[in-house]
Design a protein around this ligand. Structure first.
Ligand code: NDP
Length: 283
């Protein structure tokens, strides 16, 4: 019998605590915690993400500063805004919603966000610190996965963790977080020669691939914990993960559903990171 790891209820539980922390900050510092969100252009998915982030801020008592810039905004203009926000003492976190329009150099712009305000955890410095197991702001999605594992008491120490996917925002930071939590980590990708046998070795299998139902039952060890980061559409247009949930679940001791697993944790971890950044700014 498998256990469903409910990210939605964990996210709700965490938001209550984040709200309490935001209240404590306000009474201690006489101002609210602030998160600046910059959206350039009209990408529809990005608009939804930004809306959800602002809604989450409202829910947890973080003040949001939203900047909606037209698609043709010049590099210097975005750079000036980031530099201004970097200096602004009311802003504890800065987030540039990706992807940016093609004419903008995202890498250059992200470098302007001070490491202590990089609440997405995407900067080279934060990623470097994560690799060295130093205090940092960790990327929200994999950080959320760690909270799910913790909540359900899934041991990582000495366990074999296999991550399928090596992107900078999910796979790589996920591998570092698991390594820092004393797992023995294997990272797989599209050039891995025998993916099935790698996956079959996993006590903890994390799928961050972006291909609907890619992880099938024959790739999962009996009793494994399976974390599905994927967000895809199936043939009927319904949201589904990278794991063939219906056929995989009975082999697992723990598994996250899609929707309702990793997804709801991502924005919650953004709020969490913003609280960490704010508290560090005054300590
Ligand atoms: P990317 O496309 O950046 O990375 C996908 C990774 O999967 C790559 O490393 C790629 O390998 C690997 N891959 C692709 N095909 C195969 C294959 N056949 N065998 C083995 N590995 C393969 O995706 P992201 O990391 O950004 O996202 C992954 C998934 O997670 C997506 O579905 C995305 O929507 C979802 N997501 C969900 C979030 C949430 O909040 N729940 C947040 C972020 C992402 P290679 O490097 O060799 O190309």
């Amino acid at each position: 019998m498998y256990n469903l790891m409910d990210g939605k209820s964990l996210a709700a539980e965490m938001r209550i605590e984040i709200k309490r922390q935001a209240g404590l900050f306000k009474s201690r510092c006489g101002k609210e915690i602030g998160l600046a969100v910059i959206l350039v252009g009209n990408n529809q998915a990005s608009q939804v993400y930004v809306r959800n982030k602002i809604k989450a801020c409202e829910e947890v008592g973080i003040k949001s500063y939203a900047y909606y810039l037209p698609a043709n905004t010049a590099q210097e203009e975005v750079a000036d805004l980031i530099e201004e926000l970097a200096q602004n003492g009311n802003v504890h976190g800065i987030l540039v919603q990706l992807p940016l329009p093609a004419h903008l150099d995202a890498e250059k712009l992200l470098k302007l966000i001070p490491v202590q305000k990089d609440v997405d955890g995407f900067s080279e410095e934060n990623i470097g610190k994560l690799c060295m197991n130093k205090n940092c702001l960790a990327a929200c999605t994999p950080f959320g996965v760690m909270k799910i594992l913790e909540k359900y008491g899934v041991q990582t120490k000495g366990k074999k963790a296999v991550i399928v996917g090596r992107s900078n925002i999910v796979g790589r930071p996920m591998s570092m977080l698991l390594l820092n939590a004393d797992a023995t980590v294997t990272i797989c990708h599209s050039k891995t020669s025998d993916l099935k046998s790698e996956c079959l070795d996993a006590d903890i299998l994390v799928a961050a691939i972006g291909k609907a139902k890619f992880i099938t039952a024959d790739m999962v060890k009996e009793g494994a914990t399976v974390i599905d980061v994927g967000m895809n559409r199936d043939e009927q247009g319904r949201l589904c993960g990278d794991v063939d949930f219906e056929n995989v679940k009975d082999k697992c001791s723990f598994i996250t559903p899609v929707p309702g697993g990793v997804g709801p944790m991502t924005i919650t971890m953004l709020m969490y990171n913003t609280v960490i950044a704010a508290n560090r700014s005054v300590n």
